[in-house]
Design a protein around this ligand. Structure first.
Ligand code: 2AL
Length: 170
């Protein structure tokens, strides 16, 4: 799909196509539609990112809370969005050994308790061995810093999903 096609979309089509580039946040796509025309992928994603950056803290935490937990076990496919399902499956977290999986699940629970939102990582840019290490490292970060890191991961996921939709190299 090229950018002319994107610019020609009516509101409903745009939200249908881009409604999940930020996980479970079609409202953001609904707002971004007003910013067209877009000159390309970079311009389009800039508006998604600006919307997130402009949210109050409660809204930014809300965006993070819309993400499913990363699963180090057999995934409950039913409640994952198609994009999330593909990404988590490709990440191979379910291939972790039993002890690593248990540790990963424990750490994700600790992370949610500490920060109040789920651990978010752009898993397509990571590998199964790196994800638990990254989780353990980020668990020790100060909350304000971790919020910025987590939103950065949301933006990476958004970039990859937009690149897929536009048929571009990420
Ligand atoms: C996800 C997801 O659904 N896709 C991805 O790359 N990361 N979720 C998460 N909690 O990090």
């Amino acid at each position: 799909m090229d950018i002319e096609k994107v610019n020609s979309m009516d509101f409903g089509e745009f939200v249908d196509v881009f409604g999940n580039v930020i996980e479970r946040c079609p409202l953001i796509a609904a707002a971004v539609w007003s910013k067209r025309p877009f000159s390309g992928l970079g311009d389009l994603e800039k508006h998604f990112f600006a919307f997130i950056d402009g949210l109050p803290l409660s809204g930014q935490e809300g965006v993070l809370r819309c993400h499913p937990e990363l699963a180090g076990r057999q995934l409950p496919w039913g409640w994952l969005t198609a994009e999330s399902q593909r990404e988590q499956s490709a990440a191979g977290l379910q291939n972790l050994g039993a002890a690593e999986r248990l540790r990963f699940t424990e750490l994700t629970a600790q992370y949610r308790t500490r920060f109040g939102f789920p651990f978010v990582l752009a898993v397509r840019l990571s590998d199964p061995a790196a994800a638990p290490r990254e989780l353990a490292r980020r668990l020790r970060c100060p909350p304000a810093q971790e919020l910025r890191t987590a939103l950065g991961e949301v933006k990476k996921i958004c970039h990859l999903r937009l690149a897929d939709l536009l048929g571009e190299q990420p």
